[in-house]
Design a protein around this ligand. Structure first.
Ligand code: ADP
Ligand code: MG
Length: 192
């Protein structure tokens, strides 16, 4: 398991299967700044996981936080991204993902990388992981960006279904309006 900036390994906490997510040194950053960044990102990710869990979202429970690493519950299941290499996304999965995002946004948790690569099908239903790029924000543009990120991953047709499901799950209209704006902007930029 290796992500973009962290090293993940399977471990245990007491008798529980766990994952340790460690942020290693980045040599291109000055040492003091590097430590500060890694410490802050680690703390922030742990805080967001806890806040998401409190909001009733299925995500790994945090067992332990230290300076540069988090130990959290190991979730059994398949990443949605992997499943989608074999088959199309199901309506129930679109609905589950939208419920997760609406619940996160209801407590001002912005995920920052909300895609099928960070969603997992587990026996307890769909779970979300990787709050490494997340933040706490009540800004409609930040929340709208989460929607657009998922829509880009799903494509136009499923993306539209995702927005509708987000609305049904209690997602706010101003956030959806903002997502539409951001989506348009993106398309202009791609056309150049
Ligand atoms: N709690 C967890 N339980 C099981 N697998 C996990 C867990 N957290 C991460 N993983 C696995 O590790 C990979 C990378 O983790 P992630 O948090 O997404 O790191 P990055 O921020 O580097 O993308 C995930 O795609 C997933 O396969
Ligand atoms: Mg990830």
């Amino acid at each position: 398991m290796k992500g973009a900036e962290a090293i993940l390994k399977k471990t245990r906490v007491l008798t529980f299967a766990a994952v340790e997510k460690f942020r290693p040194k980045k040599k291109y950053r000055a040492a003091a700044l590097d430590e500060k960044i890694r410490r802050e990102r680690t703390r922030r990710e742990a805080r967001l996981l806890a806040r998401a869990k409190e909001a009733g979202v299925t995500c790994p429970v945090v067992y332990e936080v230290s300076d540069f690493s988090i130990r959290m519950k190991f979730l059994e299941g398949e990443m949605l991204y992997h499943a989608l290499r074999r088959r199309a996304i199901k309506p129930a999965e679109i609905a589950s993902a939208a419920r997760i995002l609406a619940a996160l946004h209801s407590v001002d948790v912005v995920h920052g990388d909300f895609t099928p690569a960070n969603l997992m099908n587990t026996r307890e239903g769909m779970a979300v992981i990787d709050f490494g790029l997340g933040s706490i924000s009540n800004d409609n543009e930040d929340k709208g960006t989460d929607i657009v990120t998922m829509q880009k991953a799903l494509g136009a047709k499923k993306g539209a279904l995702f927005a509708a499901a987000y609305a049904r799950a209690g997602g706010k209209a101003p956030v959806l309006r903002m997502a539409k704006e951001i989506g348009k902007r993106g398309r202009y930029m791609e056309r150049g």
